[in-house]
Structures are given as structure tokens and as C-alpha cells.
Design a protein around this ligand. Structure first.
Ligand code: SF4
Length: 464
């Protein structure tokens, strides 16, 4: 537990303590005397208490914002050094706790604090990031050349938070189809109402919709007819249009034809693992044969295909994970995304932590990265979540030129995203002012249907 007077600092230090997997108590007292700051730490674990004190100066000529972020960085580094010494352990991401390591590096480059060719060295020196992870960030930055900072280029996200069944590690608000099937048609009608307003906003603001992403959930739980009704409304001439099919058992020829006929260019088929025993254990009904059939159908229609996998699934050892990655390579999809399992409050797994084995997790993630890179894939986006095993990360890989621009835009927060549907978040980016504003729609399907008119009014106001 971390005890300190400042809430924002407490949350960040607590994340670091969680990544160390340590149940120590650390108290921090910060004393300010002009530009001079003294941090006093009291570390207590079992019967041992140790005291640490650091004094540093913050340049008075910096802006308040810059002073605040520098101060936070210094305190986090001190905290990391204490934990590392006390627990005799280092973390792959050092003192970095944020969701977007590449965004941090890009900001530092744009603020003139870092040169791009020195990113890997400086992340190691200033944030204790391991050499491998620092080089991963540098590589990803190189593979994100498609970023265009232009306030008129926007991405559209449509949320279908419905799934056939619930995976045991899931903490999303996604509902099981059986429980909401009577609401699906009303949900689609509400979505279409919001999309029509978005069309007016796009026209008025002279926005160009660069990419479209229909995610969830599992959008292909919708019937072919329902999908067609929705997609006919989303008729922006975007260059990239993704539908996250997710579960192979929801993919049919008819649905893929509907996607193709409505301009979809990319789909995601997410096996998560090729071990069927694990699939049963995590609450997914799909069979490997269904993944293969769905993939064949997708290739026959010329879709760009992504496949998601998770390292650290309950009961999986290194050997099983390696087999999954090797099978994925035989299929050779355009994109492969490797997630590290995240133990989230609200998931079934969170209450059954004994199922989780963290032992080989770093080896799994390293194996996936080195094997994919050896076989021609390159990393192109990355994000971290709270409570990921061993503080690791999720990385998207591409081969040839098939990066998913939406994934980059949304992770790097370089473009405005218009979010439609229950629990969708819109982000309006003001590139020149280097700031963004967020707006969230209501969370649950039922509330979204009931409050669609007020949701639309709020959306109009947000994009005014
Ligand atoms: S498919 Fe995704 S959204 Fe649906 S239950 Fe599983 S983890 Fe949650």
C-alpha cells in the first residue's frame, strides 16, 4: 500500500508496487522549499522498516505543467530504485506505468527532450526500461510512419458490446447474447440514429473519415441481416474498415459476404490460443477447425486478417503457448496481436487467482516477439494495462504493409476518434494546442437505448 498526500502520485506509485507484486507499505512525505524538493520514504515490509531521503531542485524557469511532470518522473524513479533494491528485482518497463510507452517517447521527442535515434538509450537511462523493451519502443516508432497529425482527419469507432459467452478473464461491459437478445434490434436502431447525426457532424466540420472500426464485444454475434442494416448506414469512403469478428464460431459465409459488400477491408479472427482444453477453461466455445474455416473464408474474400493471442492463459505452460505461436505462423495472417493476460477486477478469473501462473510469462512474450520478428513481422503498436502479469504489454505486429491505422491512431491519440454506441468514448484531438478532450457515452445497452436522444445532444455539443 502506498500512503501519500497526493492522489495522482499515489495511484502511479501504487501501480509500480503492484507490478512488483509486493505487499509492502510505503509512506511518502514531500517537502517543498522554493525550488528545492525533499522526498522522504518509509518502506515497511513484514518486520523491516527502512528510511530513504532524496533532495532535488526543479528549474524555476519551466512551465508549471513541465515542473509537475518532471517532479512526478523523479519521484517515481526514486520509488522504483527503492523497491528494486529492497526486493532485489527489476521490471521490464522500469519506472514506466502509463498505458502508452510510445506516446510518451513521441511527446518527449516533440518537446525536444529526446532525439529519435536515442530513444532506446534514454528510456534505459532515464526510466530503467530494459534494453529489449526500450528497443521495442524505438522500433515501433519507426513503424508508425502513417501518423498524420491533422485535426480534420478522424476515425470512427462503433461499439457492439455483445458476445456469445463471457470469457473468464473479461471485465468489459460486454453482455452475453442470450441475456440481451430482445434488445438487439432496438440497440441497432439507436446506433443508426447516432450514426446519422455523426454524418451531419462530419459534413459540417468537413471531417475526412480515415478509418472505421467496429469493435466490441463480438460484432459478428449480429445476424447477417442485422449486420447489413448497420453497415449500410456506415457508408463513409474510408481507406480502412475493420470489423472485429473475434469468435470464429460467429463467422459465416453469409456474414462475410455482407462485410465485403459493405466495404469492410480488414477483419479480426481471435483464436487467443490453439489449445482447445484452454478454450474450454476460459469459457470460449470455439473449436480450432472453426478458426481454420473462418480464416479460409476470409482469405477467399481477400480480407486483411488479424489474429489475437494471449500469453499467460490459465493452465497454459510455455510449451503450449509456443505451439500456438508456431501454428499462427503457419497460417501467416497479415496482423498478429500478442496480449499479456491482465487480471482485472470484475472478471471471473480475478476471484480465481489460483488458476493464474505467472512463472513463464516473460519467456512467452519474448518467444512471441523473437519468433514473429524472425518470420518477417514487425511491431507497430503497443499498450499496457493495469494488472497485466509481470507488468508486461500488448503488441500488434504486421507483415508486408498491413498496419492497422486505426490501432495506431487510437493508441497514440494523434487523431480525433468519434465513438458511437454504448460505452464508446470519443476523443477530440487539438493538435496545435497539444491537447485532447474526451467524452463517454452511457455504458450499458439498455441505458443507451433509453437515453439515445440525450446522448445525441451531448455528442453534438462535444463536436460543436
Ligand atoms: S470476446 Fe472479448 S469482450 Fe467478449 S467476453 Fe471475451 S474478452 Fe470479453
Amino acid at each position: 500500500m502506498v500512503i501519500t498526500a497526493k492522489d495522482d502520485m499515489r495511484l502511479e506509485l501504487q501501480s509500480l508496487l503492484d507490478f512488483f507484486g509486493c505487499d509492502a507499505t510505503v509512506e511518502l512525505e514531500e517537502i517543498e522549499e522554493g525550488d528545492k524538493i525533499t522526498d522522504k520514504f518509509r518502506f515497511t515490509s513484514q518486520d523491516v522498516t527502512h528510511f530513504y531521503e532524496y533532495t532535488f531542485n526543479i528549474d524555476a524557469s519551466l512551465t508549471d505543467l513541465h515542473k509537475k511532470s518532471l517532479r512526478k518522473r523523479i519521484t517515481k524513479n526514486q520509488f522504483y530504485s527503492i523497491l528494486s533494491k529492497e526486493l532485489n528485482k527489476t521490471l521490464p518497463w522500469g519506472s514506466l506505468t502509463g498505458v502508452r510507452p510510445t506516446k510518451l517517447a513521441r511527446d518527449l521527442i516533440e518537446y525536444g527532450e529526446m532525439k529519435e535515434y536515442l530513444v532506446a538509450e534514454l528510456l534505459q537511462r532515464d526510466y530503467f526500461v530494459s534494453k529489449d523493451k526500450a528497443e521495442l519502443v524505438a522500433n515501433i516508432l519507426k513503424n508508425q510512419r502513417c501518423i498524420i497529425r491533422n485535426d480534420n482527419l478522424v476515425d470512427l469507432y462503433v461499439n457492439i458490446p455483445i458476445c456469445p459467452t463471457r470469457c473468464i478473464y473479461c471485465s468489459f461491459i460486454s453482455s452475453e447474447l442470450d441475456k440481451v437478445k430482445d434488445m438487439v434490434d432496438d440497440y441497432l436502431d439507436a446506433l443508426i440514429k447516432e450514426i446519422r447525426v455523426i454524418k451531419d457532424i462530419v459534413k459540417e466540420k468537413a471531417y475526412i473519415v480515415r478509418t472505421i472500426y467496429i469493435g466490441g464485444g463480438t460484432p459478428t454475434v449480429l445476424s447477417a441481416k442485422q449486420l447489413d442494416k448497420l453497415l449500410r448506414e456506415i457508408n463513409f469512403p474510408a481507406t480502412e474498415f475493420t470489423v472485429e469478428c473475434g469468435r470464429a464460431d460467429t463467422i459465416t459465409d453469409e456474414k462475410l459476404d455482407v462485410l465485403k459488400n459493405n466495404g469492410v477491408t480488414r477483419i479480426s479472427i481471435n483464436p487467443q490460443t490453439f489449445c482447445e482444453t484452454t478454450l474450454k477453461r476460459i469459457g470460449r466455445k470455439q473449436k480450432n477447425i472453426e478458426v481454420l474455416e473462418a480464416y479460409q473464408k476470409a482469405l477467399a474474400r481477400d480480407f486483411v486478417v488479424n489474429m489475437d493471442f494471449i500469453a499467460g492463459l490459465p493452465g497454459e505452460k510455455l510449451g503450449i503457448f509456443k505451439r500456438t505461436i508456431n501454428t499462427a505462423l503457419e497460417l501467416y495472417p497479415d496482423n498478429i496481436t500478442i496480449h499479456t493476460l491482465s487480471l482485472k477486477r470484475g472478471s471471473v478469473l480475478f476471484d480465481n487467482k489460483d488458476l493464474v501462473q505467472e512463472k513463464d510469462i516473460e519467456k512467452m512474450v519474448d518467444y512471441a516477439e523473437s519468433t514473429l520478428v524472425k518470420n518477417g513481422y514487425k511491431p507497430y503498436y503497443i499498450y499496457r494495462q493495469k494488472h497485466q502479469l509481470s507488468g508486461l504489454e500488448n503488441v500488434g505486429y504486421f507483415r508486408d504493409n498491413h498496419v492497422c491505422v486505426f490501432n495506431i491512431d487510437s493508441m497514440e491519440e494523434t487523431n480525433t476518434i468519434i465513438g458511437v454506441g454504448a460505452n464508446a468514448i470519443s476523443k477530440r484531438v487539438f493538435n496545435l494546442e497539444k491537447r485532447l478532450e474526451r467524452q463517454a457515452n452511457v455504458k450499458f445497452i439498455k441505458d443507451y437505448i433509453e437515453r439515445i436522444d440525450s446522448t445525441i445532444e451531448k455528442k453534438k455539443e462535444f463536436f460543436k
